[in-house]
Design a protein around this ligand. Structure first.
Ligand code: NI
Length: 169
């Protein structure tokens, strides 16, 4: 099932999500739906709050469905270490058509649980590190624009408000 993606301005995107505590069939169905929703939107990552579900659950696929082992599911993820800093163009499905050069760690190590509740650790660099940070941010109620200068952030917010007023958001 493809969910509608919640856009910037909705409260669920700016509130910390609740931990995943039940690892059942329903969770696996939700994960499958999140991948379907993410691929349909041509995204490389999606957090449950982006479909209006305030759970600490994210899916990532930086291969955009090209490789079967590119699928990554993160329940209750936390960053355990990070290294370096690099700015690169970044966007978000909840802020369609807005992109900006965003600073992120070059390498991160994340601890999370899979859909069975089993803990694992994953390290990534480049786009994967960026996606991991971006998705974990979503679970903490944070969007990429919060990493931009106030000037850039306010410019994006102003444009969004204009679109909202015009009924185009
Ligand atoms: Ni996003």
């Amino acid at each position: 099932m493809i969910y509608p993606i919640v856009k910037y301005g909705e409260r669920v995107l700016e509130a910390p999500a609740e931990p995943v505590t039940v690892f059942d069939k329903e969770l696996k169905k939700l994960v499958a739906d999140m991948f379907e929703t993410m691929y349909a939107a041509n995204g490389v990552g999606l957090g449950a709050p982006q479909i209006g579900i305030p759970k600490r659950l994210s899916v990532i696929d930086v291969t955009v469905g090209e490789k079967p082992d590119g699928k990554l599911v993160l329940a209750n993820p936390v960053i355990v270490s990070k290294e370096g800093r690099v700015a690169h163009d970044e966007g978000c499905l909840s802020l369609p058509d807005f992109r900006a050069s965003t600073p992120r760690p070059e390498r991160v190590t994340v601890r999370a649980q899979d859909t069975d509740g089993k803990e694992f650790v994953i390290s990534g660099e480049g786009l994967l590190a960026r996606a991991l940070c971006h998705e974990i941010d979503h679970l903490n109620g944070k969007l990429f624009i919060q990493h931009l200068s106030m000037l850039k952030r306010d410019s994006i917010k102003r444009k969004v408000r204009r679109l909202m007023k015009a009924g185009q958001w």
